[in-house]
Design a protein around this ligand. Structure first.
Ligand code: BDR
Ligand code: CA
Length: 329
């Protein structure tokens, strides 16, 4: 079975990715590391632990990761206003969230491990005999730090599957996707590390949206896990409707789940091309995904999924949740 480490900022769609990884029974989840992103690293670790408790998989260790990006100093002022931004006096567009902490799920007694995500990665990768795949669905801070601390780990990593970036689509600024915008330097380090990197950007995830009717079908498979999955999808639909409407009404992009599903069925991604990608590091280009358009440039540093097969993705997600009752019991 393929061994994976997940690096998450859980997070609604991160939670769906975690559930799919575990429920598929096709991947061995070695550990989950949190990182500051959609939620603070501490909350992301706690949210992850609650999901593992729901799935009865608290044997999977959770490590708290970096609490700020590698370089960006404006981050704390601009983004770490988690609660402030959602106060009632703010317009509704600001207040409806894609990501809410999972306080309504039972807490886990496991707690996160007492070493940091960076310490875990270094130790694990030095000792592991097999190569491991990393699925990163938050800012790339932990992995950027890892590659700076010990560049030789590149040889121990099979592939890094990253949800991040956007060629024709952005979501957090006029030029950038959220995960890359939050830590552009880390994204740049990972993409240029020499690792086998696959980017699953907004161009692909927006093609693989899930509708409210499809969330109902998932819920009807009838257990707590499927109900939680449907709840997360509906939360995302609400947020999309208000702040980022998609072409298809009453639907949501489930970005991180698509990235994970690539490991279950690579055909969910379409138009995957070797490209040379750089990340903008300042001003209007901050966090921008810059794909070199020169066809004669062969200095490719990653693969980039320009599209996705929506039906294949939905069928995989629905079937995995349908089977979840049997898998968990
Ligand atoms: C990415 O940002 C986060 O909000 C989501 O979880 C996803 O990883 C989409 O831009
Ligand atoms: Ca995420």
């Amino acid at each position: 079975m393929k061994k994976i480490i997940m690096d998450v900022d859980t997070g609604s769609d991160d939670a769906l990715a975690i559930m799919l990884a575990i429920l598929s029974k096709k991947l061995e989840v070695e550990a989950i590391c949190s990182v500051e992103g959609s939620r603070p690293a501490e909350n992301a670790a706690d949210n992850t632990l609650r999901v593992l408790h729901l799935l009865n998989r608290e044997d999977i260790p959770v490590y708290k990761g970096c609490t700020a990006p590698m370089v960006k100093s404006i981050y704390k002022d601009r983004l770490n206003i988690w609660e402030e931004r959602y106060r009632p006096e703010y317009p509704i567009r600001e207040r409806v969230r894609f990501h809410i902490d999972f306080d309504y799920l039972e807490p886990s007694e496991a707690g996160y491990q007492n070493i940091t995500a960076l310490e875990f990665y270094l130790d694990y990768l030095r000792r592991s005999e097999e190569k491991v795949t990393i699925v990163a669905t938050g800012p790339l801070t932990n992995i950027g730090m890892l590659l700076r601390a010990e560049p030789r780990v590149v040889d121990r990593i099979e592939e890094i599957v990253v949800m991040g970036g956007g060629y024709d689509i952005s979501n957090v600024s006029s030029s950038a996707e959220a995960n890359f915008w939050r830590d552009p330097e880390a994204a740049s380090i990972v993409i240029n590390s020499g690792c086998n990197v696959l980017l699953v950007p907004l161009d692909a995830t927006h093609k693989a949206y899930i509708t409210a009717a499809e969330a109902d079908v998932i819920e009807k498979t009838g257990n707590d896990i499927a109900a939680f999955a449907a709840k997360l999808i509906r939360q995302r639909i609400l947020a999309h409707n208000i702040s980022q409407p998609l072409e298809e009404p009453e639907s949501a992009a489930i970005h991180d789940a698509l990235a994970l599903c690539y490991l279950l069925d690579p055909e969910v991604l379409r138009d995957v091309r070797e490209v040379h990608c750089e990340i903008g590091l300042r001003d209007f280009s901050d966090g921008q995904t810059i794909i070199d358009p020169r066809y004669y440039d062969e200095q490719h540093n990653c693969r980039f999924a320009f599209s996705a097969d929506r039906k294949r993705f939905i069928d995989l997600v629905t079937e995995t949740f349908r089977k979840s009752a049997e898998v968990i019991s």
